[in-house]
Design a protein around this ligand. Structure first.
Ligand code: NDP
Length: 302
């Protein structure tokens, strides 16, 4: 299979590229920066990989069987008005470009599968509700971003199979949420962020990559699929396990006001959460390598 991937140089994308390449698929890395991509995927380690900067996206996409769309500016930074706008525009614009290029493929050629990222932020936040794929969208900014992002992906031609993966907090080495949390714990200053009661719907990096991989080749994977582990936890539990695995205490709560001072409105990403269950993945028989957070953390940090 030939797969084009936007956001291939990111935390999830890098691992996905490694997996597809190791299994002898042809990978097209769609990037805004050829030099960055060449450093991440040197030709000697990734023979045969195609690195496509923006002018070459058309040829790359239209010469593929499938596209994975992972691009987007990071959300866990301080939200200035510009950053907030970029959070939406970066996702919607790249998705729109990808969809247009797929739709403009010559008849009978071009990709037949689009696996497009979205996020559990679609559901809004709650300390009490449980969200599955049938649940309604929330009414905060991230929910609005996810709705627009998904609606843009769904503009793709009807004969293209679309899987929209609503991704939870991805836990893995060298990136994502843990890269921010672990240094705080290692300085003996770790503890629940905010009240600790907020839900933390997580997934191990290996499992989200496996889910995306499966969605590429299995025709039953279509529509919305929650990309979360089957056992979400509250933030206090997550931090307790993180402290345990690191051999550090988890006793000093990081207060709301401190996070708001650093992250502004973006603090809502960690101070509020949602309990999201992967009903569709379960129905599809997806097998998780890491269903429980403690084992997931051990595998990453030990
Ligand atoms: P990363 O931030 O690690 O990487 C995303 C990639 O997107 C970058 O490598 C970059 O590729 C591209 N990108 C960055 N900024 C922009 C921009 N302004 N315009 C266009 N492209 C941009 O993301 P992750 O791998 O962590 O996540 C992948 C997707 O999954 C993202 O859309 C994210 O929102 C979503 N997601 C991730 C979660 C997580 O916990 N990691 C949770 C929920 C959803 P390049 O520079 O090569 O163009």
């Amino acid at each position: 299979m030939t797969v084009s991937i936007t956001g291939a140089t990111g935390f999830i994308g890098k691992r996905l590229v490694q997996r597809l390449h190791a299994d002898n698929h042809t990978v097209h890395v769609l990037t805004r920066s050829r030099s960055k991509a060449e450093l991440i995927f040197p030709a000697k380690d990734f023979p045969g990989i195609v690195i496509a900067d923006v002018p070459n996206w058309k040829e790359s996409i239209q010469g593929s069987n499938a596209v994975v769309n992972l691009a987007g500016t990071p959300i866990s930074t301080r939200w200035s008005p510009e950053v907030k706008n970029d959070i939406k525009v970066s996702r919607v614009n790249v998705t729109s470009k990808v969809v247009d290029l797929i739709n403009n493929s010559a008849e009978g050629s071009g990709p037949t599968v689009l696996v497009s990222a979205t996020a559990v932020g679609y559901y809004g936040t709650s300390e009490t509700k449980v969200f599955d794929e049938q649940s309604a969208s929330g009414n905060d900014y991230l929910a609005e971003v996810c709705r627009d992002w998904e609606a843009t992906a769904l503009r793709v031609n009807k004969d293209v199979r679309v899987a929209l993966i609503r991704i939870g907090v991805v836990l893995g080495k060298d990136g994502g949420a843990l890269a921010k949390m672990v240094p705080i714990f290692m300085m003996f200053a770790g503890g629940p962020l905010g009240s600790g009661k907020q839900w933390f719907s997580w997934i191990h990096l290996e499992d989200i990559v496996n889910l995306i991989y499966e969605a590429l080749s299995n025709p039953s994977y279509k529509g919305v699929i929650n990309g979360t582990a089957p056992n979400p936890v509250r933030m206090s539990e997550m931090c307790m396990h993180l402290g345990d695995v690191l051999g550090r205490p988890s006793w000093l709560p990081v207060p709301d006001f401190a996070l708001k001072a650093v992250l502004g409105e973006g603090a809502s990403v960690v101070l509020e959460g949602q309990k999201v269950v992967p009903a569709k993945a379960k129905e599809l028989g997806f097998s998780y390598k890491y269903p429980y957070v403690k084992e997931a953390l051990r595998s990453i940090l030990s």
